[in-house]
Design a protein around this ligand. Sequence first.
Ligand code: FE
Ligand code: FE
Ligand code: ZN
Length: 285
Amino acid sequence: MFKIGCHLSISKGFLKMCRTALEIGGNTCQFFSRNPRGGKAKKINEKDIEAARIFMQENHFAPLLAHAPYTLNACSADASIREFAQRIFKDDLAMLEYLPGTLYNFHPGSHVGQGVETGIKQITEILNQVLSEKQRTTVLLEGMSGKGSEIGSRFEELRQIIDGVEFSDKMGVCLDTCHLYSAGYDVVNHLDDVLEEFDRIVGLTRLKAIHLNDSMTTLGSHKDRHEKIGQGSIGVEAMERMINHPVLRDLPFYLETPNELSGYQEEIQLLRSLYQGESAFVENM
Ligand code: FE
Ligand code: FE
Ligand code: ZN
């Protein structure tokens, strides 16, 4: 089954969000665990979450992907910002226990001049404080474009973070096609090589989700500018190869392209038409 969705607002609750995902042709979606600038989490509405869980089951949804706020920086030089990151992590993971099997994605952070080694140490320290053996959420490191002092644009860095985590079975990776390309991984001309490299360094079993975005910038630009599918430097043919690649095609894909709902709907439709071998049975469901 093709698992496809896009970034949606959760402001009207989980059930409403999942209904919207289905209406635009998706069977999953991504949402911010709270205000992207890092504000308070919404109060947990157990009834809403339970209704969403049932709705997802009935409609054969893939896991939802919660995205931590952009402002969360687990390797800030400022200890109070790191403490804030830790608190958000903890609260978000507690909230997500109400919807078992959800994925939780975060940007590893920017070391702001402290150096990669120190940054990685601080990230793993926080993960070791917030992860628990019994949690049912998988925490994903997002691969980054490498702008500024961002950590996680190299597979080696992702691997080093995972290696420092005690409950590393709770850890996975989310690759963002725009970020990969900006980071210098040529998913347009050498997709197989990039995936082989990822497998060698991190391991493909860690790969749990894909952010499917085109890019406004060139290979290795280290800029982070998402573009609509087919309108950027990656292009629709490379997108088609990615969603159909044997090691990627069963993963959930989440669009984070600059779109309103109707634009997302069109992109989902386009991608569905490019996805090979979807049986009529599944399509009719
Ligand atoms: Fe992100
Ligand atoms: Fe992303
Ligand atoms: Zn991005």
